[in-house]
Design a protein around this ligand. Structure first.
Ligand SMILES: Cc1ncc(C[n+]2csc(CCOP(=O)(O)OP(=O)(O)O)c2C)c(N)n1
Ligand code: SF4
Ligand SMILES: [Mg+2]
Length: 327
């Protein structure tokens, strides 16, 4: 999503007519955690989402983006409270509808950095359909899904990623439905950057956020983020501090060595699908990445061509001509 750092797309910046480029801009305030911190997070003590927020602040600090260009959006859920805690443009939207909201913002304001946050219920259940369409259209944004295998905010219902046998208020004798495999869903949906991480591994989480940010297109990170209240310890098998093992995907280096042949090619969809089929807790890192054109780029080109065909008329003239034709 680094397109936003270069609004004109050619290395230039626009100076409004009549405004002298000699006017010195006041020095920019550095984007620090202090500047980025808004409200006090209201998650339960020990909730995995705290680490996600801390990692996000750290990545923003490192990237030192223009503060006014940062947008955080979310649906509904504990994880979706995220925009409240970030001092930037933000919105807490209807449950499951964060992707269309973010898509509109990304398409109409390519100069902004659009970050989307939410939970497994928001993304894979009520918003599952929107996720697929954002992915196939390859909208330029970064979507961070805090997957805790449960509906946290509404106090323990089975979520689309809850494992079979999970006892909840909606499945008191244990869940019987096949859970969604987030990586497989995202690969099939057409997302062009797909990664998986764990909230207990801040360094890895930050690497994934940065790589997702650098990607042009629909970048998604699934992060195992523990709900200590309603599904504690479920991610321990992938947490070395709790006796588990965190296995990172060994990506191809394209160095021509025999060992490189065994490494994962992130552009290989089938190989990504095989990694996604590994039993829980699976592996972590970048599963898939492709450079398919974004809708943002395709739509921009289409608008330019159409405008040219209309003799570079203004929006108002084009609208007027359309109305005139309808008379
Ligand atoms: C249309 C609609 N249906 C249901 C709800 C109730 N609801 C609010 S959050 C939520 C689930 C949130 O789960 P998840 O996205 O996994 O977030 P978490 O709280 O676990 O972080 C539900 C069912 C709602 N707010 N709106
Ligand atoms: S209920 Fe679970 S997900 Fe929600 S804040 Fe508490 S620990 Fe986090
Ligand atoms: Mg959840």
């Amino acid at each position: 999503m680094s397109e936003a750092t270069n609004p004109n797309g050619d290395g230039s910046t626009t100076v409004a007519a009549g405004v002298s480029s000699a006017i010195a801009e006041p020095p920019r305030e550095k984007v620090t955690k202090k500047v980025l911190t808004a409200d006090h997070p209201t998650w339960c003590p020990g909730c995995g989402d705290f680490a996600v927020l801390a990692s996000f602040y750290k990545v923003l600090e490192k990237l030192n983006l223009e503060h006014e260009k940062i947008v955080t959006l979310a649906g509904i859920g504990c994880s979706s409270r995220f925009p409240y805690f970030v001092n930037g443009h933000g919105a807490h939207f209807i449950h499951g509808r964060a992707v269309p909201l973010a898509s509109g913002i990304s398409l109409s304001r390519p100069d902004l950095h659009v970050f989307l946050f939410g939970g497994d219920g928001d993304g894979f259940s009520i918003g599952g359909n929107h996720l697929d369409h954002g992915a196939r259209k390859n909208i330029n944004l970064t979507y961070f899904i805090m997957d805790n295998f449960v509906y946290g905010l509404t106090k323990k219902q089975t979520s689309p990623t809850s494992p079979i046998g999970f006892k909840s208020k909606t499945d008191p004798t244990g869940a019987i439905d096949q859970p969604v495999n987030p990586m497989k869903k995202l690969i099939a949906g057409g997302a062009t950057f797909i990664a998986r991480t764990h909230a207990a591994n801040v360094v890895h989480m930050m690497q994934m956020i940065e790589r997702a940010f650098d990607h042009q297109g629909f970048s998604v990170i699934e992060c195992l983020s523990e709900c200590v209240e309603f599904f504690p310890d479920v991610f321990d098998p992938a947490n070395p501090k709790k006796g588990g093992s965190f296995e990172v995907i060994d990506e191809k280096k394209w160095d021509g060595t025999p060992e490189d042949e065994l490494r994962h090619d992130v552009t290989d969809e089938l190989a990504a699908y095989k990694l996604a089929s590994l039993p829980f807790p699976g592996v972590f890192g970048v599963f898939y990445q492709s450079d398919r054109p974004t809708k943002n780029a395709l739509e921009k080109k289409w608008i330019e061509t159409t405008r040219e065909k209309a003799g570079n008329a203004s929006d108002l003239d084009i609208l007027q001509k359309t109305f005139d034709r309808m008379k």
